[in-house]
Design a protein around this ligand. Structure first.
Ligand SMILES: *[C@@H]1O[C@H](CO)[C@@H](O)[C@H](O)[C@H]1NC(C)=O
Ligand SMILES: *[C@@H]1O[C@H](CO)[C@@H](O)[C@H](O)[C@H]1NC(C)=O
Length: 178
């Protein structure tokens, strides 16, 4: 059985959560994601969420992990302006899984992490009975190296998101000067 089929079977058995295994390296600790980040790429099962003015388009600048929460300090571009926002997600009983109220209910899964280089997180948004998935790639440096982009593309592929639904944010205004 090849890997995508295995993933699909696991998804059918265990729902979307079964797809999320968290960081592969067992020495990774949640606190290691603290600090400054740059949004590099975003992907979604729903292309509309990748539009410039979409409520799910945001540029992360910092992550702050505390005892019970994980805070995302980010910017959204609203009518051409960079608006700072802090989103506070609650930790859950499961490591690397958080819940957030924003445009409905969200479950955030912290996936691949290399704390000094990049992180990938996946958001399952539930709104008006519809589930959509948004995946984000953050890097410690404003441009990310080729291998990090490749890791992200592979992640999206294995989660059923087509390459056409991935956008390269480094080509857009990420509110770096805000
Ligand atoms: C997060 O925790 C706070 C305080 O316990 C609670 O009021 C809020 O509803 C929780 N939010 C989510 C999305 O679980
Ligand atoms: C993203 O855009 C930047 C700037 O144009 C470019 O250097 C980089 O190669 C692009 N990455 C991918 C994977 O297309």
């Amino acid at each position: 059985m090849n890997t995508p089929r295995l993933v699909l079977v696991l998804a059918l058995l265990g729902g979307p959560h079964a797809l999320h295994t968290g960081p592969r390296d067992p020495s990774i600790d949640e606190n290691m994601v603290n600090g400054d980040w740059f949004s590099i790429a975003q992907a979604s099962s729903e292309p509309k969420l990748l539009w410039k003015d979409s409520h799910m388009m945001f540029f992360v600048r910092k992550i702050h992990v505390s005892l019970k929460t994980i805070e995302f300090h980010l910017y959204r571009r609203i009518q051409g302006m960079c608006v700072p926002i802090i989103m506070m997600a609650n930790k859950t009983k499961k490591k690397f899984q958080y819940t957030l109220k924003y445009a409905g209910h969200n479950v955030i899964f912290l996936e691949e992490v290399d704390p000094s280089r990049f992180l990938i997180f996946c958001i399952h948004n539930h709104w008006h009975g519809k589930e959509t998935v948004v995946v984000n790639l953050l890097s410690r440096t404003p441009p990310a190296s080729w291998d990090i982009m490749q890791t992200f593309k592979n992640y999206c592929k294995s989660h059923g998101i087509s390459p056409a639904n991935i956008i390269n944010l480094t080509r857009t205004d990420r509110c770096l000067h805000a």
